[in-house]
Write a protein that binds this ligand. Structure first.
Ligand code: AMP
Length: 288
């Protein structure tokens, strides 16, 4: 596994715009856990299937432009040695760890691509974290341009981000295939997140209200019933959500008949903001 840090390193390794499009990109902010490892394994398998000469290319970059609070950026865990070992074990062939000046060169700050409607209209992450998706799209497009990958893997854990990136990539980089990866959870059901380490024991217990609420939503037969059920479970766990909704899985607008729906929750627990989601299908009551 090679570790690259600069555009020159990329060129020498045959990555980037001067080389043929190749590699399955897995963008991360580091502080890697088993969820990231699953993405890397999926990326490596996809690369093998495509006979891609570059394999799985992981990037580790804590992107300042997607944070809403400076304090969240400052305390974001940086664990490079651990991360590189995890990447190696999961089958990455390259890890790119750029400095701030490589992603955002002075005097050449990449433009923010215009956000697709799914990143501005739903009134969910777009409303609660203004500027977040603009920062995400900016860095992802910048990484696409620096690395010139054939495909890129994104986790369903960040469902709204996945929809925004799919729409953005379709417009800005249609040659790059976007591969979704399922959410990896701890044994108790909590979705793995680099921020979970900041939860104290009682906060972690409360956080379990989130996967429980998503499970309870599936026992409802309409979206409004599901939303009521989620709020009830969250409230019993002592959690006040920013939102707990059922939406169209792709547009994130209102649920439409015959289209996949998704239940989506965001909540602050102590100083930690958590998001989670699950597929939602109306429970069909068997009568007669
Ligand atoms: P992050 O480093 O948290 O920005 O995440 C990097 C990538 O890993 C994103 O595509 C996330 O959606 C994905 N990811 C983070 N946590 C999980 C998880 N628990 N399961 C699956 N994918 C995840």
């Amino acid at each position: 596994m090679q570790v690259l840090r600069t555009p020159d390193d990329l060129r020498r390794a045959g990555l980037g715009p001067a080389s043929p499009r190749a590699g399955v990109l897995i963008p991360t902010m580091g502080a890697l856990h088993e969820g990231h490892a699953a993405l890397i394994r999926l990326g490596a398998a996809a690369a093998r299937e495509r006979r891609d000469p570059l394999g799985a290319v992981v990037t580790i970059f804590v992107n300042p432009t997607q944070f809403n609070e400076r304090s969240d950026y400052d305390r974001y865990p940086r664990t490079e040695e651990h991360d590189l070992a995890l990447c190696r074990d999961a089958g990455a062939s390259t890890v790119f760890v750029p400095g701030l000046e490589t992603v955002y060169p002075a005097g050449n700050t990449p433009a923010t691509p215009p956000l697709p409607a799914v990143g501005t209209d739903p009134g969910l992450e777009d409303a609660h974290r203004p500027g977040h998706f603009a920062g995400v799209c900016q860095v992802v497009l910048r990484l696409f341009n620096l690395l010139n990958p054939a495909a890129a893997v994104f986790g369903e854990k960040d469902w709204q981000q996945l929809q925004v990136i799919r729409a953005m990539a379709l417009r800005e980089a249609p040659q790059i295939e976007i591969l979704p990866a399922p959410t990896v959870r701890d044994a108790d059901g909590l979705a793995m997140s680099s921020r979970n380490r900041f939860l104290g024991p009682s906060e972690r217990a409360a956080a379990l209200g989130i996967p429980h609420a998503l499970g309870e939503a599936c026992r409802a037969s309409t979206p409004p019933e599901a939303e009521t059920a989620m709020r009830r479970v969250l409230s019993a766990a002592g959690v006040t959500p920013e939102y707990a909704v059922v939406r169209d899985g792709e547009t994130l607008g209102p649920v439409r008949d015959g289209r996949p729906a998704r239940s989506l929750i965001a909540a602050r627990i102590g100083t930690v903001r958590l998001i989670d989601n699950a597929p939602w299908t109306a429970l069909r009551r068997i009568t007669g």
